[in-house]
Design a protein around this ligand. Sequence first.
Ligand code: AMP
Ligand code: GLY
Length: 437
Amino acid sequence: MTTVLVVGGGGREHALSWSLGKSPRVDRILVAPGNPGTASEKHCENLPVGAGDIAGLVAAARHESVDLVAVGPEAPLAAGLTDALDAVGIPAFGPTAACARLEASKAYCKTFLNALSIPTGASASFRDPDLAIAYLEQLPSAPVIKASGLAGGKGVVVAETHGEAAAALRAMLIEGRFGEAGREVVVEERLWGTEVSVLAFSDGTDFVVMPSAQDHKRLLDGDGGPNTGGMGAFVPSPVATGALIAEVSDRIIRPTLDALGETGTPYRGVIYFGLMITDAGPKVLEINCRMGDPEAQAVLPLLESDLFEVMLGCATGSLDGIPVDWSRSASATVVMASAGYPTGSAPPAPITGLEEAKLTGCLVFHAGTDRIEGVTLAAGGRVLGVTALGSTLAEATERAYAGTESISFEGAHYRRDIGRRLPPEARSLPCREVDVG
Ligand code: AMP
Ligand code: GLY
């Protein structure tokens, strides 16, 4: 009897639970706290334990004789869930708190990258507002201001002017926006180029890069509006050629994992590099210690190997030799959000059309949903992710949109341009011919 505990309750965790459910080796999947989508997946059962309740999660893992804990979000990793599980001998997929600090402190991440001469924008970190403003004033152009701590993807201001940058510094360092997360800020040179996220499974020594996803962080079509957790994604990103992935592996991923291994804290789980591809090559914008969301919802349906074996290999330092094979199809995920996202909340609203969307061949991953008296409700934030595969990006995106259009709930909104702004040749090229890493 093999039991896996998935930690988290969003679209990424639904995709993880769905993918683990396909493993012939897994008999039971507990999801803490899960959502109505995970509750209805094969072998799955939700547990009423919050993703932030480290002691409760460890107790549940022991009580249920869990064989592997798969951690979705960053907060429990930064709070030491993996360390606590290590202490009681339960394998965890997800790095220790020492490694997760690369995401939990952007100031630490910059120090780490600079010490290894890994390419990244020039920066300085501050806790004192006067010193930060003095540094800003002598910069030739407006920088990017980042709350150093965890801010749910909303703590970065890409300033257009020095005045805007100064306002962001004051808001974080003096007015306490983002609370503790904004008590330290990184002032970083603005970089220009194309963004791509490169994610890899790592067991501390060996790593395997996943097909690269293109996220859509802004709320509105044409990359307008505020940053969000992510409004949609497609795979493969045409930017991530084999040559680029080889360069990123040699110059960025390998040195990062080697340095962590040398300090006695091997990185086990998914390591996520947010990169800007500049004229001078790839530079690191950020490191995350987990899969992206919605990227996971687009990437995991392409995994042809057994996710449980891959995760266990990462967690136990034995990834070498475990197959990690991917379908050479394209994949697209469209996120449907509730009214008010990302700033406000909306009253719960019944969702219709979920079965119709599945009949079109889409996977519908739940995030902000609730289920009361047999009715599935949109409960706020990012509500659903609708994923479809295809032999080209055009086919995958149009299928995902066909599924999305059959779903409705009061206040639903979603971007109409996921994967649709690529040049026609990139949209129509069969994925088997795309030179991806
Ligand atoms: P981060 O959480 O650090 O990846 O920042 C969120 C988003 O802000 C990134 O996905 C980029 O779109 C943008 N960003 C962050 N740093 C920079 C930078 N140095 N130059 C330009 N844009 C940036
Ligand atoms: N979609 C971006 C992230 O998960 O960080």
